[in-house]
Design a protein around this ligand. Structure first.
Ligand code: ZN
Ligand code: ZN
Length: 364
């Protein structure tokens, strides 16, 4: 089966040769990481079988956040942490999207725009949550994830927020529950988000380079309830660690064309489209985030610096008579244990072989 690694390995050098002159350094790094993932380049771990004593070596993965091979372990760790901290309420997924007419501008100013989009959208949620008409509490807690792609990998940066259905009042620590199927009005979110983003661009002196029609459009914000407990958290996990295309969606490589599957919005039917391999690589690489940019951010009582712990929030929810307790621990996240290829027994860590290129040698 074709994989992204295979495509990068076979066509990455040609891509770099043809387009390398104006290619950002972090794009090359991603190609290198994906091509060398699970090779001696990243070293190997040696295991010994607990049952038959046979030795095994496993190449280490690159750990790059754009590599489709490397997201499974991260998803498991994230799920375990979120399950340990789950709150006994429903959760909403709120998605902020940017109109097509502004996407070219955002691409040219990625670092600044992504930060401004995070600020504008998180402040929108906080502002509206404080309003007595909706929740009337000044300490919501939520986290946001930036994606930059649509289903066929066009450049389309939406933000997904995951929000427990309510918020806390700082002064008395009381939990204010939101409605079961309504968190905050999407039209109001859209208006405030747009205004805050515009303010940020004006402050940076960039607003004059944006097409003025953009401000006349409605910026789409979507809000849907995704349920409570472990199931909803498991449903949300792929949104956090998705990459622009997974290996399972790549169908085949034929005559320099990559065929891949996608689903249209609100449709469950798989369709196939194909792109010339250089165009495919270009589409994939436009979703590589600026180095060091944090694509998942935690706010309010979910932020690591919050003075209120998740445990305190959970206690407060339990004391709120109206809160619905539907959390469950029915989904367990099992730790990945490598198995012996000879007898199926559990493998035990034995030693580590250093990477081929050591980061402190300045190589590569
Ligand atoms: Zn064995
Ligand atoms: Zn990898």
């Amino acid at each position: 089966m074709a994989t992204l690694k295979q495509i990068m390995r076979d066509y990455g050098p040609e891509y770099v040769q043809r387009f390398g002159h104006n290619m950002p350094a972090h794009h090359r790094k991603v190609i290198d990481a994906i091509v060398n993932c699970r090779t001696e380049y990243y070293g190997a771990t040696l295991f010994r079988c607990d049952d038959c004593g046979k030795g095994h070596s496993v190449f280490r993965c690159c750990g790059n956040r754009h590599c489709p091979n490397c997201q499974g372990q991260k998803t498991r760790q994230w799920l375990a942490r979120r399950l340990a901290e789950q709150l006994p309420v429903n959760h909403f997924m709120i998605t902020f999207t940017m109109p097509e007419a502004i996407r070219g501008f955002i691409r040219r100013h990625q670092r600044r725009c992504y930060a401004a989009m995070f600020d504008a959208s998180s402040q929108t949620l906080k502002t509206l949550a404080r309003n007595d008409k909706f929740i009337g509490a000044d300490l919501p807690g939520f986290f946001g994830v930036l994606h930059t792609w649509g289903r066929t990998m066009p450049y389309h940066p939406p933000f997904h927020y995951v929000v427990p259905a309510g918020a806390l009042t700082k002064s008395d620590g009381r939990w204010h529950r939101s409605f079961d199927h309504f968190f905050l009005p999407v039209r109001a979110m859209s208006k405030i988000f747009k205004a805050k983003f515009r303010d940020a661009m004006q402050k940076d002196g960039l607003a004059s380079t944006i097409c003025p029609d953009v401000w006349k459009l409605a910026w789409v914000v979507d809000c849907r309830m995704v349920g409570a407990g472990a199931k909803s958290i498991k449903y949300l996990a792929p949104y956090v660690f998705k990459v622009a295309i997974s290996n399972s969606r790549i169908v085949k490589i034929e005559d320099r064309r990559i065929f891949f599957k996608y689903k249209k919005q609100r449709s469950n039917r798989w369709r196939t489209m194909s792109l010339e391999v250089m165009a495919f690589l270009h589409r994939f690489l436009q979703h590589v985030l600026p180095s060091g940019f944090m694509k998942v951010r935690y706010y309010g009582f979910m932020s690591p610096g919050s003075s209120v712990s998740i445990k305190t929030v959970a206690e407060s929810i339990k004391h709120c008579a109206a809160a619905v307790s539907r959390a469950s621990r029915s989904i367990s996240i099992s730790r990945f244990v490598p198995k012996c290829r000879a007898c199926g027994g559990d493998l035990v860590y034995h030693a580590f072989i250093l990477p081929l290129r050591l980061p402190w040698c300045g190589a590569g």
